[in-house]
Write a protein that binds this ligand. Structure first.
Ligand SMILES: Cc1cc2nc3c(=O)[nH]c(=O)nc-3n(C[C@H](O)[C@H](O)[C@H](O)COP(=O)(O)OP(=O)(O)OC[C@H]3O[C@@H](n4cnc5c(N)ncnc54)[C@H](O)[C@@H]3O)c2cc1C
Length: 555
């Protein structure tokens, strides 16, 4: 069997290595158009920022090591420019000219390329992308040459990693993002704390505005924004999304959707004996059923391995799972992460859901270093877990990974109550944050707890009495105008006061994080009030409002 692999990094190399482990006799040729194979693209920002000092550490494998260990024929600077799916041949541009190879099995893992914004000046020499080891070296060289100002176009995961890296070197960094908040796949209440953290790192942001032109200059370029703002840049990092690198394969008649190769649950493309995986292919989302590319390293590596199983072992192999899009990013002191569907995807697909906001400590409150994790969790009407996001200083990765596992296992929110998670004071709480999600969710599902939401604050202020159950000292640090402050410990004795102030209107309760207001809600409900508790309390309201919090919440 002669196997040709196109693309020698995540999916491609996982496929090739697994194929060899399963079949010692196959001829396996890996064709990579770049200089390196099996490099750590996820590590590139940390080399730019100086946390990884030796660029060789980004090179996980070399062609020689792969030949020695796995008898793989790895050819760098070999770009596949055409495929004949009838004759089963590929045309390759090599340093010594074009050539062809036949194949019995063709595995396509060409990944994606940075999206070129269609704006004047985008081809300026000062515009760099961060996709390859050479890109990272070039960016690092600019930093070492003493550049002063960098503009990052796009505030996605890679854009913010690049922004933080550049800021760490002392460069003055500005991020421009078309969406109205950074990290657009995250909920606004998770993204706003990250925005604040960027400010603390000295990184400026221009949000809700597009870059409309780049004017190349002698000493620096000018980036012109759609609102007329002009920003000077010595370096422009283009990270406004990616497009699948599939032109030669689409030209060969292999089916694509918006540039991404269409594959089935075995990684089969529309052409016989041609398989594909990674950033270049479509996948079907586990929660929404949406068909879209998922540009993440984990799914790419695992898909390469599973498809090799299918090619070498046939139907006995497991089919490809549907991805959840679990992703994580560090920004300064904070970590933000997500798994499963976000609110926009649920709404787009008309999936009825309830949202929970929690702010538990990452470990026992009495143990030094306790800090809050802000969690946003979406559950279906039947309690099925649909998606979760978190932001905080510590423990975010652990909770999102447990929730990703729970979603993959199709657990319901009540099941989280029973998860037997490791605990001692430096690591967690006897009721871990994940157990608490289960308890709050179960309360919501059975009607013990009724929630209102940060997004409803204006209509609630018009229609209801807002009852703030925090202490007087907390209330004075910031309150909603027109709200009544009765600390939850006094509420039992002051129900008449609430009745009078509400004068027939519903009572909408809040506290700092939703714990005390839930207690108050139970008391009010059992005393005949129409009551609901603010999901996540004033902490979530502040996170939802972001900069607007200063005008809405009075002191
Ligand atoms: C800076 C950066 C940071 C990232 N951080 C993370 C992270 O923290 N977590 C995460 O999950 N994901 C991260 N990713 C995404 C992750 O790296 C990708 O999802 C993953 O590498 C995709 O694997 P792939 O095999 O599809 O493509 P790639 O790993 O990109 O490999 C594709 C290879 O194919 C080659 N190629 C393309 N066309 C041809 C052709 N015609 N002929 C021959 N060779 C070709 C390319 O040169 C490339 O080397 C990051 C990506 C970048 C760029």
């Amino acid at each position: 069997m002669k196997v040709i692999v196109v693309g020698g990094v995540a999916a491609g190399m996982s496929f090739a290595a697994r194929a060899r482990r399963l079949n010692e006799d196959a001829q396996i040729i890996v064709l990579e158009r770049g200089e390196y194979v099996s490099f750590a693209n996820c590590g590139l920002p940390y080399f730019v920022g100086g946390e990884i000092t030796d660029p060789d550490r980004l090179l996980v494998q070399t062609p020689q090591k792969l030949r020695d260990a796995l008898n793989l024929d790895v050819r760098v600077r070999h770009e596949v420019t055409a495929v004949d799916t009838q004759a089963q041949t590929v045309t390759i541009q090599t340093p010594s000219g074009p050539t062809t190879e036949t194949y019995d099995v063709l595995f396509l893992a060409p990944g994606a390329e940075a999206m070129r914004l269609p704006i004047p000046g985008i081809d300026s020499d000062r515009v760099l992308t961060l996709r390859t080891v050479d890109d990272a070296r070039q960016m690092r060289a600019q930093v070492e040459a003493g550049i002063k100002r960098a503009i990052v176009l796009g505030a996605g995961f890679i854009g913010l990693e690049a922004a933080e890296a550049l800021a760490q070197t002392g460069v003055d960094v500005t991020v421009v993002e078309l969406a109205d908040h950074v990290l657009p796949p995250l909920e606004v209440e998770v993204a706003h704390p990250v925005q604040d953290e960027l400010g603390r790192l000295g990184i400026k942001t221009h949000l809700g505005v597009a870059a409309s032109a780049i004017r190349p200059g002698v000493d620096s370029d000018t980036v012109v924004l759609a609102d007329g703002t002009e920003l000077q840049a010595d370096l422009i990092c283009l990270s406004a999304g990616v497009v699948p690198a599939t032109a030669p394969f689409a030209a060969a008649g292999i089916e694509t959707v918006r540039g991404a190769i269409v594959v089935d649950e075995r990684g089969r493309t529309s052409a016989p004996n041609v398989y594909a995986a990674g950033d270049a292919v479509t996948s079907t989302d586990q929660i929404t059923g949406e068909v879209r590319p998922v540009a993440l390293a984990g799914p790419a590596n695992r898909a390469g391995r599973l498809i090799a199983d299918f090619v070498m072992r046939g139907e006995a192999a497991r089919p490809l799972p549907r991805p959840l899009g679990t992703a994580i990013v560090r920004v300064g002191r904070l970590t933000a992460a997500m798994t499963g569907a976000n609110r926009a995807a649920l709404e787009r697909n008309h999936i009825a859901h309830t949202t929970l906001h929690l702010h538990p400590n990452q470990h026992a409150g009495y143990f030094p270093g306790a800090s809050q994790i802000s969690l946003v969790v979406h559950i279906g009407e039947d309690g099925r877990l649909l998606g979760a996001q978190a932001v905080g200083e510590e423990g975010v990765d652990k909770r999102i990974d447990v929730l990703a596992t729970a979603i993959r296992a199709q657990l319901h929110v009540e099941d989280l109550i029973d998860l037997d998670l490791s605990y001692s004071p430096p690591y967690g709480q006897a009721k871990d944050a994940v157990n608490l999600i289960g308890m709050v969710g179960a309360n919501v599902l059975d009607g013990t707890l009724r929630l209102w939401y940060p997004a409803q604050y204006e209509e609630v202020a018009q229609s209801s009495l807002i009852l703030d159950t925090r202490s007087r000292a907390e209330y004075e640090t910031g309150y909603l105008p027109g709200s009544l402050n009765i600390p939850h410990t006094e509420l039992r004795d002051r129900l008449d006061e609430v009745r009078g102030a509400a004068s027939g209107r519903p009572v909408r309760v809040l506290c700092a994080s939703g714990v005390r207001s839930a207690i108050a809600h139970r008391l009010l409900t059992q005393s005949g009030f129409d009551s609901a508790s603010l999901s996540g309390g004033i902490t979530s309201l502040r996170q939802y409002l972001g900069k607007r919090a200063d005008t809405v919440i009075k002191v």
